[in-house]
Design a protein. Structure first.
Length: 590
């Protein structure tokens, strides 16, 4: 119920649906109690008293009551369904919006499958509970309470016998619930393992095939499938034992009641009509009793689902706008980036970057070089305010980025990452991603600068070609060129190229970079590269090792300085250096 209270804001606007659903249900329950009484009147006052002229009117009343009851049940389901759908719709939107604003720190730990199941399975459980669970629980309470009152009115002795048998029914229902609940949970886990293996197999189909692991994958799937099957068989075994047992208990109760009730009719304190009415009421009470286990299960499951959804919605946002944060005006932004003694660690790990200082003047190009895990990407993430720094400050045009609205800061930055993500949409939409009112000419211009135009035009549908999930159907280099076009179209003040040209050949890299130089004039650019050729023209190169800057300077200075930069240069330019030395030797000899 606490969860429901937390969800209040999501359904409060349409609470009238819930009230209407409950009202219709209460009317349906009340009408349900009328039928046994009509039966009693029919038998006692019409048939036994031989007033047969009353029969048509009574029969008609029964039909009207039953029809009205059906209408009320329909309306209760209709309004409950509306309410459940509305709540699920609002929660789904709320969760998705939350996913957009959650910080990178959350995504570092989040699992895709888990988030997907919150937005689908858990929301569906909540919807079902609101639409059907709540009305059913109320229905059970109303039926048992009102049914018992009417039964007491007919015969307190028979009611007493019924009440003695009810605890047995409830105990069996709860025992069954205790066993079926873990079985269902186990079944959910088995199903989730099964779907994960299908999902991973499809996503990683190339890896599976290249390692010829198909038989292993089939075996893995078979084991999981077997587990799911066993769980299902176990659960259906429980069901098949439960219902006959409940039926048996109910029948014993009916037999005892028949004996006692029959004796009472014979001896006189109960009329025949009263006995028939009592018996139809018995099923009125026993039916909901059978469902008690299911209802408790439904409630606990939806509560757990509600908690999982609320946990997502209540997730603290690590990076968010401070009160009074500034909205940057694009035309005023110059792109002057400074890092002052910046240190940052992911979680409880050792710092990923330590004491970083840099001063990137507007329009300058800053390069980063360093081994894997040396902290290059982390510096870029911090500049985008993906995480809060642990100490030090990052400034844009002299303003601490903590004082700038996150969206406003990021809208000044365009990045091309090592791994290009393309959406399953047209190439045109992928290039124009996140931009409004972009003309086709602008898209083509950006694609030409990124050297993507020619290969796009070779495709059957050109810019309207739909790329598959994650850019399937395009080569790594082609994907990267589309990502570069996307960044160029944004025309940012700050451009980040995180190993952006790693998937294209040297010649294309050179071509793209000459395009960059043309377009990036007057913009601050950060380049992470493993190839020295990408960094040659940088105004300053920072060489990183284990999160610290170990060398800095321009290319020409660094190649003369013994150290990691020179080592990399020697490795990458061995041929060139040998050739240069050869030429120099020949010149000396001649
Ligand atoms: N999301 C993360 N959560 C926890 N630790 C991380 C995360 N991202 C990076 N790290 C750690 O931070 C350190 C620096 O990583 P970073 O990605 O900045 O290196 P890099 O120089 O860009 O490496 P590469 O060239 O391989 O991309 C590494 O030790 C890495 O394991």
């Amino acid at each position: 119920m606490n969860v429901l209270r937390q969800m209040q804001s999501f359904f409060w606007e349409k609470r009238s649906f819930l009230y209407l659903s409950i009202l219709c249900l209460a009317i349906a329950t009340a009408l349900g109690l009328v039928t046994p009484n009509l039966l009693r009147t029919l038998i006692d006052d019409a048939i036994q008293a031989q007033h047969f002229e009353k029969v048509p009117a009574l029969a008609l009343t029964v039909i009207v009551v039953v029809a009205l009851k059906a209408l009320m049940q329909f309306l209760s389901g209709f309004f409950g369904g509306r309410m459940g759908n509305y709540l699920a719709y609002r929660l789904r939107n709320g969760c998705y919006e939350k996913l957009q604003v959650l910080s990178f720190r959350y995504y570092d730990k989040a699992r895709t499958g888990d988030l997907m199941s919150r937005l689908t399975g858990d929301l569906e459980a909540i919807r079902q509970f609101i639409a059907f669970g709540i009305p059913q629980i109320l229905n059970t309470i109303l039926m048992v309470v009102f049914g018992a009152v009417v039964m007491l009115y007919i015969s307190w002795q028979l009611t007493l016998i019924t009440m003695i048998s009810i605890p047995f029914l409830v105990i069996v229902a709860l025992k069954f619930e205790n066993r079926i609940h873990p079985a269902f949970q186990e079944m959910r886990l088995a199903l989730s393992a099964l779907t994960t293996s299908v999902q991973e197999n499809i996503t990683g189909v190339r890896t599976v095939k290249s390692f010829a692991r198909e038989p292993y994958e089939v075996d893995k799937f078979s084991i999981r499938n077997e587990r799911y099957k066993s769980n299902q068989i176990f659960a259906s075994g429980l069901w098949s034992r439960y219902f006959p047992l409940m039926e048996l208990l109910a029948c014993i109760c009916v037999v005892v009641l028949l004996g006692a009730g029959g004796t009472m009719v014979v001896r006189g304190p109960l009329t025949l009509g009263g006995l028939v009415a009592f018996f139809s009421l018995i099923w009125y009470i026993i039916g909901p009793m059978w469902n008690i286990g299911y209802l408790i299960n439904n409630y606990t499951q939806s509560e757990a689902s509600g908690e999982r959804v609320m946990e997502l919605l209540n997730q603290p946002i690590d990076v968010q706008d401070k009160e009074g944060a500034i909205e940057l005006r694009t035309e005023d932004v110059k792109g002057h980036v400074t890092f002052e003694n910046v240190t940052f660690a992911y979680g409880n790990k050792l710092p990923a970057v330590k004491d970083i200082n840099l001063d990137a003047r507007p329009g300058s190009v800053i390069g980063f070089l360093g081994g894997t895990g040396s902290g290059k990407s982390t510096i870029i993430q911090l500049l985008m305010h993906a995480y809060n720094v642990d100490s030090g400050r990052i400034k844009l045009d002299g303003i601490d980025i903590n004082d700038i609205k996150v969206q406003s800061l990021r809208s000044q930055i365009a990045s091309v990452f090592q791994e290009t993500f393309l959406f399953s949409s047209s190439i045109r939409n992928n290039i124009a991603y996140g931009m409004k009112d972009v003309s086709m000419d602008e898209i083509i211009r950006a694609a030409k600068l990124a050297k993507a135009h020619d290969f796009i035009m070779e495709m059957a549908d050109g810019y309207d070609t739909i790329v598959g999930e994650r850019g399937m159907g395009l080569s790594g280099g082609q994907k990267q060129r589309i990502a570069i076009a996307r960044a160029l179209l944004k025309n940012p003040k700050i451009l980040i190229l995180d190993d952006a040209t790693s998937a294209v050949d040297m010649e294309t890299e050179h071509e793209i970079q000459s395009g960059f130089q043309e377009v990036m004039k007057g913009r601050t650019t950060f380049i992470i590269a493993h190839r020295i050729s990408s960094l040659r023209h940088a105004d300053e190169i920072l060489v990183l090792d284990e999160g610290k800057v170990v060398q800095r300077g321009k290319h020409d200075e660094l190649i003369r300085m013994p150290g990691p930069y020179q080592d990399v240069y020697h490795i990458q330019y061995a041929d060139h250096i040998a050739r240069m030395n050869g030429d120099a030797g020949e010149q000396v000899n001649s």
